[in-house]
Design a protein around this ligand. Sequence first.
Ligand SMILES: O=c1[nH]cnc2c1ncn2[C@@H]1O[C@H](CO)[C@@H](O)[C@H]1O
Ligand SMILES: [Zn+2]
Length: 433
Amino acid sequence: MADMIITNGHILTMEPGKEREFSKGMVVIDEGIITEVREKTQETADIIVDAQGGIVMPGLVNTHTHAAMTLFRGYADDLPLSQWLQQHIWPAEAKLTDNDIYNGTLLACLEMIKSGTTCFNDMYFHMDETAKAVEKAGIRAALSYGMIEFGNKDKADAELKEGSRFVQRWHGKADGRITAMYGPHAPNTCSREFLQRVKDKAREDGVKVHIHVLETETELKEMKEKYGMCSIHMLNNIDFFDSDVIAAHCVWLSDGDIKILAEKGVNISHNPVSNMKLASGIAPVEKLLKSGANVCLGTDGCASNNNLDMFEEMKIAALLQKVSTMDPTALPAKEVLKMATVNGAKALGINAGMIRKGALADIIIVDRNKAHMRPFYDAASHLVYSANGQDVMTSIVNGKLLMQDYEVLCMDEMKIIEQASVAAEDLIQRVNE
Ligand SMILES: O=c1[nH]cnc2c1ncn2[C@@H]1O[C@H](CO)[C@@H](O)[C@H]1O
Ligand SMILES: [Zn+2]
């Protein structure tokens, strides 16, 4: 007998090139893997999840965030990026403890599980604690220690050592739910020599690299002054780019940069809410997709968003491309849904983001028994333009129910909220001392 069957739901498979929909289908799960997807027939299993009145779809993949930054939600708003980071966020981050990161990450995991994200890509500090929180919550994640050396040789050695220690300790852990990566912060906070060393080490270790790239015009100007070229050309010159790189933001791109990113198979995490809030600019997502690049979707941290709701992110991504290109056909719902599922899973190298035989059972069920979800013509349209994270009823990761019919099963919800609030209060007191 199978471990689990999800039955009676409207299934959206999202398989690239051959997306299927079943108005009353069933998904069979065994040992964390999807073993069958088809029209409903009678069947039994250890656990039967009734998805009546729901859309069954792949869990959302958030390809760029800093989970523990939930502790800074609403702490410093309405500021430009450099001022926001240098005067507010970095001084506060200097006071973060292991305990803060653990509790902040658990709060993020709770929020993600409740709003349909089954996997996230994180770069931050005290990452052992992030990994422990992921292990406990049951969610899937790609994690990297955020390295910043500003060209300092001693710092470079220490940062790479810590990044490497983290990769050795956590890659493939938590029943395979954790993937570890290297996380050099950005081309203007890390030197060219350091970035080259990091990429060499990542290739040697067979792991991916997660980096911020051309988020702001300031970065573009700094790079041109320092190297006589933009970040994309500098990184390309040191052979940094391949399909094992996740480049977050990529806002300030020339047509030549887009060609390089597409040719090298670089994965681009678009983070429209953060880019709008910090007034960083608008990434050329339509052009990137047309060039064949793999574009996925992220929220960035809670200090620049201020939530982790990937439904909100999908809608804003679509709207922003339309208004910036003055073309209502730009970034249609189906395309943005792919960014948040299959493209994200591809970027992180996980066999998920779609409901098909052999894929990891990372699945969510979205409620359509709600006023704003009726009538029902097109599932993709509703998911992108009408739904929000609070419409997610059920979340499954690795074949395990983390939330069922709005009830969180993997953790004590009120305890997590309370612990994170206490940690944040204490942290801000230390910052203000
Ligand atoms: O949008 C952003 N741009 C640049 N840095 C960021 C952004 N969001 C968070 N961080 C910062 O990146 C470091 C993690 O490696 C942290 O210092 C975090 O505050
Ligand atoms: Zn970021």
